[in-house]
Design a protein around this ligand. Structure first.
Ligand code: TPP
Length: 622
């Protein structure tokens, strides 16, 4: 039972509260959020950091008429709790429950769906120009973190927004953290601004005072801003944002709701783009999250008292197995470099970064830059390994094609979180990489079924292969270990189990489901062969032809979308070579995979062993 929170169903309710009540509400929201996320897991630290900012936004703006776009959207738990979703909040990130990110389908207060970083300013600017075109009068704001501000799209949008004449607000939520400590020149620059708060506050105050003078204040401010460079700098030192055409307010304390509201109200009065620089503490209000914000960025279920995770954290997973192998390879291969896009911990690169700091590069949340940067390293004679989550590699489609594949550069892409990732939902499921990578010239795509194969593939990719090569592996530790499996060899699949009635062509860790399906079908009197493809693209035409001649039914099984995937590649070989073998394609039929526990999602997508077995049975027996 919460005194104030229980009475809040929408932002308009927040508007009625006194500052005293607002403070109590902030406490209650934090309490409720920590309680619930300790049971569901989720992005806690980022959401704790913006409770006051969320409340101040509700006070200063009129939602849902005014439009607020949250970058990445992982920090919107307070927003969800306060916009009529408190009672469902315990379903967070579960199948059929609330999404962990903004979802327009979920609430009229979620303006724009997000999940990937650095899109908010572009989206908000589009909403702003739509408003201008239709002559409406509402306000539009983007809330973007300092981490997300390392993504190139944010600069494209800032550049585009500079000259606009109507009100447009960007709120920069600066907590000095991306998932880990933020990196790069912009981060250093923001630190510099932070170190002179008095100076910039004074400037903001001066602007506010001028704006408050009826009639003449605004023209004076305008005139001051128009003064040419040198002279203007004498009067008012500028930030990069002002140089881009924004009015800058800040930096201000992002936990001081009175000040926040005041500044946001002032920002609304300005014609043209405004940037409000807000300083917040990631994890605010929960000691463990404040002390270790990276650990509490995305956390599994935990004990509130001790801050300890409830489920024992995995000692082995694909990211760690990859990281370990890379460190040992780095000793032998002096040209080996590792690249991360702001995710050294998640991708298993922490040890490499510590051991070989001069060969480790964190590009920030800038996958597209990271890919072309890798191309440069490769041209310069080095062997870059870019470890990146499958869904974030999507960002770099053209860089992969234009800068890497067309030049046939030797770069190793370690595509982590490939296939279903689970609770983070549709924006994060790694189900498109087989399709988009396979379509690229010169690109080779591999998929290990266990840690040993991952190690062998990585070694091959780094030391023997020429040209671009991707190794895709899933989140977690699911493995299919088969007896006497031979060493990995490019283009050569491994027959993991004999059979005669059909052959399952399994991609990567789907080998586990394939072997389980084989067992289930044995009860039906069927004898199914299982092939571990290992090399997904290009598929060896001779091999597929041979399989089609041997088995009455081929079954492709992959954790990726059907269109452009392994199954369709098999189908195209069969058509080209006039094979009559029947083919059953098992892939994601629906290319949008929602959030939920992975095991349940495999079932829903009919990619669990039982469904695979049932579908084979149906195909064979009609
Ligand atoms: C394109 C892309 N790459 C990587 C990520 C993973 N990611 C989620 S949040 C985050 C850090 C965001 O930092 P910031 O914007 O400062 O927000 P904070 O969590 O600090 O509030 C990262 C790297 C992502 N969501 N999108």
């Amino acid at each position: 039972m919460y005194d104030i929170l229980d009475k809040i169903n929408c932002p308009a309710d927040v508007k009625q509260l006194s500052f005293d009540e607002l403070k109590r509400l902030a406490e209650e929201v934090r309490h409720f959020m920590i309680d619930t996320v300790s049971l569901t897991g989720g992005h806690l630290a980022s959401s704790l950091g913006v409770v006051e900012l969320t409340l101040a936004i509700y006070q200063a703006f009129d939602l849902p008429q005014d439009k607020i776009v949250w970058d990445v959207g992982h920090q919107t738990y307070a927003h969800k709790i306060l916009t009529g979703r408190k009672e469902q909040f315990h379903t967070l990130r579960q199948y059929g429950g609330l999404s962990g990110f903004p979802k327009a389908e979920e609430s009229e207060y979620d303006v724009f769906n997000t999940g990937h970083s650095s899109t908010s300013i572009s989206a908000a600017l589009g909403l702003c120009e739509a408003r201008n075109l239709s002559g409406e009068g509402h306000y539009v704001a983007a809330v973007i973190g300092d981490g997300a501000l390392t993504g190139g799209m944010a600069y494209e949008a800032l550049n585009d927004a500079g000259p606009i004449k109507k009100n447009f607000i960007v709120i920069l939520n600066d907590n000095e953290m991306s998932i880990s400590k933020n990196v790069g020149g912009i981060s250093t620059y923001l630190t510099k601004i932070r170190s002179k708060p008095g100076y910039y506050k004074m400037k903001a105050r001066m602007e506010r005072i001028l704006l408050g003078i009826p009639g003449i204040g605004r023209p004076i401010l305008g005139a001051l801003k128009k003064l040419k460079d040198n002279f203007r700098h004498l009067l008012t030192s500028t930030t990069i944002f002002e140089d881009l055409g924004f009015t800058y307010f800040g930096p201000i304390d992002g936990h001081d709701m009175k000040l926040l509201r005041y500044v946001l109200e002032s920002a609304k009065r300005i014609q043209g783009p405004v940037l409000v620089h807000v300083l917040t503490k990631k994890g605010k209000g929960y000691r463990f999250a404040e002390e270790s914000p990276a650990e509490y960025h995305g956390i599994n279920r935990f004990d509130i008292e001790s801050g300890m995770p409830k489920s024992s954290s995995q000692t082995e997973n694909y990211s760690l197995a990859f990281g370990k192998e890379l460190v040992s390879l780095a000793e032998e291969v002096p040209s080996l470099c590792a690249i991360s896009a702001a995710m050294p911990i998640g991708t298993g690169l922490s040890d490499f970064a510590e051991k070989y700091p001069e060969r480790f590069f964190d590009a920030g949340i800038a996958e597209q830059h990271a890919v072309t940067f890798a191309a440069g390293l490769s041209k310069g004679g080095y062997t870059p390994v870019f470890a990146v989550y499958s869904s974030f590699l999507q960002r770099a489609y053209d860089q992969l094609l234009h800068d890497v594949c067309l030049q046939n550069l030797h770069i190793v892409f370690c595509v982590d979180r490939a296939g279903i990732v689970g609770e983070d939902g549709e924006t994060h499921q790694g189900v498109y990489d087989i399709s988009f990578l396979s379509a690229m010239p010169n690109m080779t795509v591999l998929a290990p079924a266990n840690f040993t194969e991952l190690g062998q593939m990585l070694r091959y990719a780094a030391t023997e292969h020429q040209g671009p090569i991707a190794i895709r592996y899933p989140r977690g530790s699911k493995q299919a270990v088969t007896e006497n499996a031979p060493e990995f060899k490019l283009g050569v699949p491994h027959l993991a189990a004999n059979g005669k009635d059909a052959c399952i062509l399994a991609a990567g860790t789907m080998l586990k489901q394939a072997l389980e399906a084989k067992e289930l079908l044995e009860n039906e009197g069927l004898d199914i062969a299982v092939l571990n493809l290992r090399t997904l693209s290009p598929l060896d035409e001779e091999t597929v032809r041979g399989l089609a001649e041997t088995y009455p039914l081929l079954v492709s099984l992959e954790d990726g979308v059907r269109r452009g995937g392994v199954g369709e590649a098999v189908a195209s070989i069969l058509t080209r070579t006039n094979q009559t073998a029947k083919l059953l394609i098992k892939a994601h039929e629906n290319p949008v995979v929602p959030h939920g526990a992975p095991a349940l999602l495999y079932e829903k997508c009919r990619l669990d062993a039982r469904s695979v077995a049932d579908d084979i049975l149906k195909k064979l027996r009609g």
